[in-house]
Design a protein around this ligand. Structure first.
Ligand SMILES: [Zn+2]
Length: 273
């Protein structure tokens, strides 16, 4: 039960902290709203492509014991399990068309209902909603109580995307970029160490053909146009928690846990006491 207690405490702390900056909306959602539905965490991760949403969402979901739901996985699962929508979906995907909001919401609603039936304590959505329209529909489907907006300076984001490498033999993901930006008047210094491969992968690294400066900048442009307004959507509702990534994964993970008032080592410590 330690996890649940920690969760409830973390949640109320987070929400309290988060609402204190917009007192006019304090009454809109109380910390007990989600738990009155028998759920503890109904969170969304937002952020530019390449910022590392998947990494942090996946770590948090493990820590909190809730599923990490990315819409790409929902589509792949439906296709691989030959679910009721899979024939229509495979037609859309095979024609190279975008999967419509309608489909995504069907899949998401089914996934959330199945999770609730299994007694899941909530979920973390990764990279969804992507548009205001999707955020509006999502409001009708479920109650989101916290939206974590991961942010990284554009120069670091670009370097990180251009540094991505995959091992063509084992599929391992690495990053050869060493980001070392000096402090200036507006920003603190930032250091993100490379994530180097073990020696047996080093000679087998490949770069994705779409990890070029041009493509990455285009993805950012699309994000700014379509998805940036989603941040404002949740900011107005007092649900947006901004998190500027301070550096590499280990430093950022520690700071993110502090911000959420979560402790990755609580069980170990109390066992040792
Ligand atoms: Zn390898």
């Amino acid at each position: 039960m330690a996890v649940v207690q920690r969760l409830v405490r973390a949640k109320s702390t987070t929400i309290r902290r988060f609402y204190s900056s917009s007192s006019s909306e304090i009454g809109a959602v109380s910390p007990s709203t989600a738990s009155s539905y028998g759920r503890n965490v109904q969170w969304v991760f937002l952020g530019c492509p390449g910022v590392g949403k998947g990494t942090y969402a996946s770590r948090l979901s493990k820590l909190l014991g809730v599923p990490h739901i990315a819409t790409g996985d929902l589509v792949r699962d439906e296709l691989s399990t030959k679910g009721p929508l899979s024939s229509q979906l495979s037609e859309i995907v095979n024609q190279g068309k975008l999967v419509s909001d309608h489909f995504i919401f069907d899949l998401l609603s089914k996934r959330l209902e199945a999770g609730e039936a299994k007694g899941e304590l909530g979920f973390i959505l990764d990279g969804f909603p992507r548009t205001i329209r999707q955020a509006e529909i999502l409001e009708g489907v479920t109650n989101i109580d916290l939206v974590i907006n991961l942010k990284l300076r554009e120069e670091a984001l670009l370097a990180k995307c251009l540094g991505r490498r995959t091992c063509r033999q084992c599929g391992g993901n690495y990053n050869v970029a060493c980001i070392d930006i000096k402090a200036d008047n507006e920003n603190p210094a930032m250091y993100m160490p490379p994530l180097l491969p073990p020696s047996h992968c080093a000679s087998k690294l490949i770069k994705r053909s779409d990890d070029t400066e041009e493509v990455v900048k285009e993805r950012l442009r699309v994000y700014n146009e379509k998805s940036r307004p989603v941040e404002e959507f949740y900011r107005k509702r007092g649900k947006l928690l901004e998190f500027d990534l301070p550096g590499g994964i280990s430093e950022s993970w520690t700071k993110l846990l502090q911000l959420l008032n979560l402790d990755d080592h609580e069980d170990k410590r109390s066992a040792a006491a």
